[in-house]
Design a protein. Structure first.
Length: 507
């Protein structure tokens, strides 16, 4: 009896070690994307000085990466279900590393925009494939919850590590170094992934719908671009036309998916209240948080005078809270309930944003750090459990496409949040009254005001900076209030939408 059991136990232990080693590779892929999404914000002033883009080109350098990722996530998730998730993950990671070099050495604004777009194509392959592989690696629901928690914790850690690493590199090297850090991560990911990741795909996938790919790309990019343009420049006929085109393409995509025998995305998934509730919670949570996070680094650097590296460290409590919460979220959801943990997490984020409405130019770090810690804990609980709900709502064969829906919700939420809440900050900021001789460019952004002040006499410079910083902080207070309202309303909606939803307890 013993001799029969021992080899079986040894095989199971080896198989378990293999699963967790494979997870470490997936975590590297998440780290790659999360870090890259945050370092560009710090590098933008340096890129602007070196490449001298005009205002429109600078916006495209910042936005095209997220536009392309958002437009291609569902298509790439579905492609991974068809050709193999390991294949698309390792291919995408290789492309991500190669294109990072092109980003680092871009010498014109046009080349930089192209390089960022190509990086978005590669990035769109990574996130859905990682979650889909987790769904297929971990059959035990409790193990899967922990794996999803580690996955989410790494994404949160990456968003914090990005500014810290980026700040350090920018203080010691040229701006291209923030892209070259992707290379060693990519090399390790590919070499270890080839040996440890199992291949998985849908055994009966049907053809890849290229018309659907085009419709989803045009639809998502059209809608996101129109929202951003309307928030920045107001409504124009061109913006309205882009929005109509995007909405029509999305309608065509949904209609087409409902009629195809093998769709890119099974739209019937949205009939499940738990799946729809989790996706909606993700979208609205990111929408409520994104605008604040986008402007917080500017507050730390341009209002409170912190260096890039110090500003990155100041945002660390949010990641620490998210990592800690993500690791225990699955256990908490089983002990209490899915809706308790998700709604409670969302309410915590909402309350943290409400506290940030009290920010002033001289707010001490203890208040800010505590608010960021609570925000991170709430987001860690909510995002981890909603990701688990989405993954467990679908058959393993559709894991890539379903994961892509979750990721698309994040990207859309971020774009809408920066556009809508960002428009509150910029709208309030532009109306500030500066001293006589204030250049027009100072009203465009706080960075523009700081740059303009450097060329003015001391008295005028000080008055301009005081007025600009006060207006920026007031805009940030109003955006925090709007974000808090969105999060608290989402917490209430999640309480009803996720009623009766449970995480699996047994394999």
């Amino acid at each position: 009896m013993t001799s029969t059991l021992q080899p079986a136990v040894a095989r199971e232990a080896e198989k378990s070690r293999g699963r967790w080693l494979a997870l470490s590779v997936l975590v590297l892929a998440v780290l790659l994307v999360a870090v890259d999404a945050t370092v560009l914000g710090l590098a933008t002033p340096y890129i602007s000085e070196d490449l001298d883009p005009d205002g429109t080109q600078l916006l495209w350098i910042g936005d095209v990466y997220s536009f392309v990722i958002a437009g291609l996530l569902v298509s790439m998730g579905s492609l991974g279900d068809r050709i193999g998730r390991k294949r698309i993950l390792l291919g995408g990671a290789t492309a991500f590393g190669v294109v990072s070099v092109l980003n680092a050495y871009a010498h014109t604004p046009e080349l930089m925009i192209l390089a960022r777009a190509l990086l978005g194509v590669a990035g769109a392959t990574l996130m859905p494939a990682t979650l889909a592989l987790i769904r297929n690696l971990f059959h035990d629901p409790r193990e899967r919850s922990l794996a999803v928690g580690i996955w989410g914790a790494t994404a949160s850690a990456g968003t914090a590590v990005g500014p810290i690493v980026g700040g350090f590199l920018l203080e010691h090297f040229w701006w291209g170094s923030v892209f070259l850090i992707n290379l060693p991560v990519m090399v390790v990911l590919v070499l270890v992934g080839i040996r440890t990741l199992p291949e998985s795909r849908n055994p009966n996938p049907g053809p890849w719908d290229l018309t659907g790919v085009a419709l989803s790309l045009v639809g998502v990019i059209g809608v996101v671009y129109a929202v951003k343009e309307a928030a920045t420049h107001g409504f124009t006929w061109a913006t309205l036309g882009t929005a109509v085109l995007g909405a029509a393409a999305l309608y065509g995509f949904v209609h087409r998916q409902l009629t195809l025998p093998s769709p890119l995305l099974d739209m019937r998934l949205f009939r499940q209240r738990g799946f729809s509730g989790a996706v909606l919670a993700d979208l609205l949570t990111v929408l409520g948080m994104a605008g604040l996070v986008f402007f917080l680094s500017q507050y730390l650097q341009l209002v409170q005078g912190r260096r890039p590296f110090e500003a990155g460290l100041a945002e660390l409590p949010a990641a620490v809270g998210a990592v800690a919460a993500g690791l225990v979220a699955g256990r908490a959801a089983r002990r209490f309930s899915v809706r308790t943990v998700v709604s409670g997490g969302l309410a915590a984020v909402g309350l943290a944003l409400a506290v940030l409405t009290t920010l002033t130019r001289s707010t001490g770090y203890p208040l800010l750090g505590a608010a960021l810690l609570v925000l991170g804990v709430g987001a860690g609980f909510s995002f981890t459990v909603t990701a688990d709900v989405i993954l467990s709502s679908v058959p393993k064969d559709q894991a890539g496409a379903a994961s892509a829906v979750s990721e698309t919700a994040y990207e859309l939420g971020a774009a809408l949040g920066i556009a809508l809440l960002g428009s509150i900050v910029t709208g309030v900021y532009r109306d500030f009254t500066g001293p006589a001789g204030t250049p027009e460019g100072a009203h465009e952004s706080l960075g523009g005001a700081v740059e303009a002040a450097a060329h003015l006499p001391a008295h005028t410079s000080g008055a301009l900076l005081d007025a600009a910083r006060d207006a920026f902080v007031h805009g940030l207070q109003l955006a925090s209030a709007a974000g808090a309202a969105v999060l608290l309303a989402t917490a209430v909606a999640a309480w009803f939408l996720l009623k009766g939803q449970k995480l699996e307890s047994t394999g």
